[in-house]
Ligand binder design. Structure first.
Ligand code: BES
Ligand code: MN
Ligand code: MN
Length: 461
């Protein structure tokens, strides 16, 4: 594999151009106005998988958006890697905060990406990272170095809960049979501090609606005499954390895995620069659950956050009104052993129980999913670790992430295989935010590192 760097340098411009073409299509799964674009993206992925050397590439129809499936089976006796990724993206809004339009990719230098980064919605999450695998396959087939079998499964509903993928995986266990699942849809610590993601958090997402009087009222004539749904909602939400920032929902922590002090000490070895963290976010202090570090708060601890809160008058100027209804969207990030359906139920019972007289509350659960932990004492993890050693010249640090890819726990349940999360993005790449980007260096480094994983995984069996 000595020639990987040469091959990448030689084809670098085309690798970038192809990704840029993919990024121009606004595959926003959450917004039905973009339906045609989402479907078109699946077709481009299909075409590129075939061009990269996959056989039998197909668009698998589902009740929602299609799943692109392709495979290259060189010898059924050899191990099989199943690559998963997603071609759908988050909505780009607020649009006015983008420095360049989200679906007109541009390459620009940044402090952390001196060689340039591609700015576009989906650049890092997940078109850019998914496409590294397509180009890694191209390299391995073109140079006759594919050492094992490979299957690709690229979906278009990850950002909205992977509903159709669940049925697809359950129905196609044989087709999807594999020895390891490989995903690049996470991040790493820094370009000079490679890390492998060993954990994902679970998720419970709910919407709450608080209803007071049957109509909006004059806030002078009725203010103080009826329960104001917005005041009440604010109070109820505030009560969900105590003074130590622990979550107050009864039994919420019952199943939370407590790490041993050795494990926590090991975690603390991962570099964290508090001043740089504060500066990057322009905050004067960090915040969170008492007794835990920032790295712990956003990985091994469960959390509860309001993602949106609305109601009443929010237009220009002042309108004196008591709204009839108040709303909020709330997410809870969960850790291993917490069951998302159980947590959703605990939230519902608690939130209903704290509603005072004078209002009614309704709780609507959205999608959710279980957390996941990758064991590090496996051939697959060792192969991944060696791959980074080869291309970064450093042993990667195992690190749990705060994000969620709910389908990973279903893969384990249905396909009985472990997942390796080789992410090449940085936390600062602004996924889901305005000005999302992905370093050109990171993109190419991913393409270089992935074939090394195949090489070690096949040879260590
Ligand atoms: N790729 C992200 C998840 C992620 C990002 C994990 C960075 C670890 C590090 C994925 O596309 C995502 O956004 N997941 C959602 C959940 C999903 C059900 C919408 C999330 O984590 O909010
Ligand atoms: Mn993603
Ligand atoms: Mn995402």
């Amino acid at each position: 594999m000595q020639d990987a760097q040469n091959y990448i340098q030689q084809h670098k411009q085309r690798f970038l151009d192809e990704l840029i073409e993919l990024l121009k299509i606004p595959s926003i799964s959450a917004d039905s106005a973009y339906k045609d674009s989402v479907i078109k993206t699946a077709e481009v992925v299909k075409k590129q998988l075939s061009a990269a050397g996959c056989d039998h590439v197909e668009i698998c129809e589902t009740p929602g958006y299609p799943i692109v499936y392709g495979e290259k089976i060189i010898d059924p006796k050899l191990p099989t890697v199943l690559v998963y990724g997603h071609y759908d993206v988050q909505p780009p809004d607020p649009l006015d905060l983008w420095n360049s339009p989200p679906f007109e990719p541009v390459i620009q230098k940044t402090d952390l990406h001196p060689e340039g980064a591609i700015f576009a919605r989906g650049a890092c999450d997940d078109k850019g990272q998914m496409y590294m695998h397509v180009k890694a396959l191209e390299y391995m087939t073109q140079t006759n170095q594919l050492p094992c079998n490979v299957k690709f499964m690229i979906e278009g509903e990850e950002e909205v809960g992977s509903e159709s993928l669940e049925g697809f995986v359950t129905k196609n266990q044989e087709k999807l049979a594999n020895d390891v699942i490989l995903i690049s849809d996470t991040g790493m610590i820094a370009n000079d501090i490679p890390s492998i993601t060993t954990g994902l958090r679970g998720l419970s997402y709910v919407e709450v609606e608080v209803t007071g009087p049957n109509r909006d009222l004059h806030s002078g004539l009725y203010g103080g005499a009826v329960a104001n749904p917005l005041n009440i909602l604010a109070k109820m939400i505030a009560s969900l954390h105590d003074e130590n920032n622990h979550i107050t929902i009864p039994d919420f922590y019952d199943k939370v895995e407590e790490l041993s002090s050795e494990e926590r000490a090991k975690m603390a070895e991962a570099p964290f620069n508090k001043e740089a963290y504060k500066k990057a976010l322009d905050i004067d202090d960090i915040y969170g659950e008492k007794g835990y570090t920032t790295n712990e708060r956003n990985s091994i601890r469960p959390t509860l956050d309001v993602n949106g809160i609305w109601g009443g008058y929010t237009g220009e100027g002042a309108k004196t009104v008591i709204a009839s209804k108040a709303y909020a969207k709330i997410s809870m990030r969960l850790v291993p052993h917490q069951d998302w359906k159980e947590i959703t139920q605990l939230f519902k019972s608690h939130f209903e129980s704290i509603a005072p007289e004078g209002v009614r509350v309704e709780i609507k659960p959205h999608h959710g999913g279980q957390g996941y932990v990758t064991p590090i004492d496996t051939v697959a993890y060792q192969a991944a670790s060696k791959a980074y050693e080869k291309t970064f010249g450093k042993t990667p640090i195992p690190q749990r992430s705060g994000g969620s890819i709910p389908i990973v726990s279903l893969f384990e349940k249905e396909l009985k295989s472990k997942t390796i999360l080789m992410g090449f993005g940085l936390d600062s790449d602004a996924i889901h935010s305005p000005n999302e980007h992905f370093g050109v260096w990171n993109y190419l480094k991913g393409i270089e590192t992935i074939p090394q994983f195949y090489h070690y995984f096949a040879s260590m069996q």
